[in-house]
Design a protein around this ligand. Structure first.
Ligand code: XBP
Ligand code: MG
Length: 248
């Protein structure tokens, strides 16, 4: 059974964007004269909290220096961060291997495409616009992003939101994720899920994934098989997905 829809996470899955998010956060803190700098190790820990506003709130709860100057300003700080991020993403986030290839294969085969992400919609538009041009968003039947749902990953809400608008059962769709939070959200919505760990999620627990792969693979750059389905394959294609689903 060829899947009827592919549902993509954004950060870490379509592109390695978390470093751009971290840069945008730090540039915003500096511009606001807040004595904060999230280095890679700190950011990795902070990524356990999905959502930029939620991440700042979580950080503020640890009462860092400057807390008094940031309390009550999370939305404002996050909006400034989003402005910086969209400018960075518009020029600096190439898609991960195999992403554009699989999206185009799906389009040609009439398989529907959707986005289920925690990040804010302007960030999705900037990233996809840079990758696919002015008509990028029209490639996707449904885009679920940011605050459209009350609870963020690992809650399944954003995937349930997307499935409702696709009007498809989870069993006829496949999700693509890079993080444990994302995998839990997709599984919570009943979706078979392909995980391609990213720079901030390598080595995390991806139990329950249909397949764990280094990336989606290209003809001249096969993926590395890490766990689950896909041993002996080299690229994630519609044919491969239907074989893996049938064997699951
Ligand atoms: C990952 C996230 C996002 C980003 C920051 O999103 O947790 O919050 O880190 O984006 P995804 P915002 O579900 O695509 O992996 O600051 O816009 O929240
Ligand atoms: Mg992600």
């Amino acid at each position: 059974m060829i899947p009827k829809a592919l549902i993509f996470d954004v950060d870490g899955t379509l592109a390695e964007t978390e470093e751009l998010h971290r840069q945008a956060f730090n540039e915003t803190f500096a511009a606001e004269a807040l004595p904060w700098h999230w280095d890679k190790a700190a950011y990795r820990r902070l990524l356990d909290v999905a959502g930029g506003k939620e991440r700042i709130a979580h950080f503020l709860a640890s009462k860092p220096d400057g807390t008094e100057r940031a309390s009550g300003r999370i939305a404002e700080l996050h909006a400034a961060k989003t402005q910086r991020y969209t400018a960075l993403a518009a020029v600096g986030a190439p898609l991960r291997p195999g992403v554009a290839r699989l999206i185009m294969e799906a389009r040609q085969a009439g398989v529907r495409l959707a986005i289920a992400t925690t990040t804010s919609l302007p960030n999705v538009e900037a990233l996809l616009g840079a990758a696919f041009g002015a008509e990028a968003m029209s490639l996707f039947d449904v885009v679920g992003a940011g605050d459209v749902v009350p609870a963020k990953k690992p809650a399944p809400d954003i995937y349930t939101y997307v499935l409702e608008r696709l009007a498809l059962p989870a069993a006829s769709c496949v999700a693509f994720e890079d993080s444990t939070n994302g995998l839990k959200a997709a599984r919570g919505a009943g979706l078979a899920t392909i995980v391609t760990p990213g720079i901030y999620t390598e080595g995390d627990d991806f139990g329950g994934a249909l397949a764990v792969l280094s990336d989606l693979g290209e003809a001249d750059a096969p993926f590395r098989h890490l766990a689950g389905a896909g041993e002996g394959d080299s690229m994630v294609t519609l044919n491969a997905l239907s074989r893996w689903l049938a064997a699951a």
